[in-house]
Design a binder for this molecule. Sequence first.
Ligand SMILES: [Zn+2]
Length: 475
Amino acid sequence: MEYDVVIGLEVHAELKTNSKCFCSCKNEAGDEPNTNCCPVCIGLPGALPILNKFAVEQTIRAGLALGFEINRTAVFERKNYFYPDLAKAYQISQLVKPICINGSLRIGNKDIPINRIHLEEDAGKLVHGADGSTLVDYNRGGVPLIELVTDALKEPHIESADEAIEFLEKLRQIYIYAGVADCLIEKGQMRADVNVSLKPKGSDKYGTKVEMKNIMGFKSVYRAIQYEIERQRDILDDGGVIEQETRKWDDDKGINFTLRTKENSQDYRYFPDPDLLAVKIDDAKIDEIKRTMPMLPNELKEKYMNEYSLSEYDADVLLQFKHVSDFFNQCVADYNQPKTVCNWITTEIMARIKTESGAGPILISKDNLVWLMKNVDNKKINRLSAKDVLSKVWGTDLSAENEAKRLNLIIDIDTGALDEIIKKIVEQNSNVVEQYKTANDPKILNYLVGQVMKETRGKANAGDVMAKIKELANS
Ligand SMILES: [Zn+2]
């Protein structure tokens, strides 16, 4: 039987703020365990939360970047449950009145409806030892977290693992460009819950959904969805029934298994947190955040393609990593040749920084790269020499200009001397020149250019040399 697949996503992202959501402890990953904690974030009795205004602003910024409506009144509620990583046995979250409602995100030609983004606090982290012991680190407890929930009850749906990944990647890019979150997957700063259901093709009655929580990394999300679709398809094909449940994805084994049958929101006994007033958000605040919104990927893409005449492919390569497009923007501000700058960055720079999971830092200054590009364009240094210099200065604080001078790569041979050398080479290779004249083979021409470049120790401009040889050969 053929089925329609319906996928819902709940995406958690840790906000980029200096301090936690309801206290002034540092929001910093990677510190010594249990050093960024206080009575509020470990939930000691009587400790009172104080809302971090910037966390609210960051949530609004995330919402505006995705076209959400902003609720003028937002309410914090307690979500009650017990788990060792949650010392106060409730999480401050939002249920009925979240900060952002009704947004969407475009993937392919579909605008995927998004129900809400709400602000909540993260829980601590359990660290399981090899000896079977478990330790708890509360540094992450109270870190501001935004949860985005797609609306799988509305069309169009996310219908495949590929679409889910595209959604997550786009969302991550928007959060990073908007400056609301770093979304470092390996640090757990962005995590996804996935729910999957199948229904007979064309049917408008939804199937039973199965949820998989806290999947780390997009590759795992992809595999988990593929696996779950197949699992449900097999059950339905055999005439079975899908149980509503939460399943745990085991990435090592490549399977999932039942964690618990589905709880619903009533089980959490949500109620408004009596320690926190409702948040009033006025138009002035929303306008201010709109005004200070950094350029988002789609706006930059339009600028690159329309204003700079870059291809869509090049624009996408530049925009894939924010630090790369930032560097591109800085270089273009200094040297207004977007096409040239793009070529250097998408080839030479990307080749040096691209890693399996992303992109490392750019280890050349804007000034050095601009100097190299300008001087290649001005024919003061050959492209190949410039690439050598780039390698020499990469990861150092050397100046490209000094290196080019030190290595004697600046083209400064005078025209008279160069003409003499070219004449000499052409005479010495008269039979090769004859071959070139009959075959008109660019390889032969390149050989002759190479001879001249060798004689000048790379200090002539290859293009000029080529033109001159052609002229002599045809005279
Ligand atoms: Zn604290």
